[in-house]
Design a protein around this ligand. Structure first.
Ligand code: HEC
Length: 119
């Protein structure tokens, strides 16, 4: 399981608030590619299976981190889009969930948001 490899890295960069996030980001990027990209896209911009995480609707003021944790753990019924339901994503520990959320938030900051609803 590739997750074990990633879990090993996490302890090495515990967040003291001064880190620049580079290690976190690459571990998060790997996890994202393995567990989310098939539906949400390698570039976070979505596929025909799932929406873009760079949509304005996923900004922290619309979907705070708690919503992301819930979606990963429990899945979410289709309610914003027509892609169908998101299933629960199995096999991630708490650290990996936090890495994924940090990665998505970082990418949102870097790339900015797409309008919602899409034009
Ligand atoms: C099998 C496809 C699939 C996979 C894999 C998947 N998602 Fe989703 N996800 C969806 C779909 C479809 C929606 C849109 C539901 C809707 O209509 O609002 C969604 C919505 C979400 C939402 C919004 C939840 C809400 O409350 O509105 C979050 C957050 C999310 N996904 C995060 C993730 C993360 C993080 C991963 C990887 C760990 C992931 N997803 C993997 C299909 C997927």
């Amino acid at each position: 399981m590739p997750y074990l490899l990633v879990a090993g890295l996490v302890g090495a960069c515990s967040d003291d608030g001064t880190s620049n996030g580079t290690e976190t980001s690459s571990a998060g990027a790997d996890l994202y590619a393995q567990t989310c990209a098939s539906c949400h896209g390698d570039d976070l911009r979505g596929t025909d299976q799932g929406p873009s995480h760079l949509s304005q609707v996923y900004a922290p003021d619309h979907h705070p981190d708690a919503t992301f944790r819930m979606a990963i753990r429990q899945g979410t019924p289709a309610h914003h889009w027509d892609f169908g339901d998101m299933p629960p994503i199995e096999g991630l520990n708490d650290d990996e969930v936090e890495l994924l959320i940090a990665y998505i938030r970082e990418q949102q900051e870097i790339h900015g948001f797409e309008p919602y609803p899409p034009p």
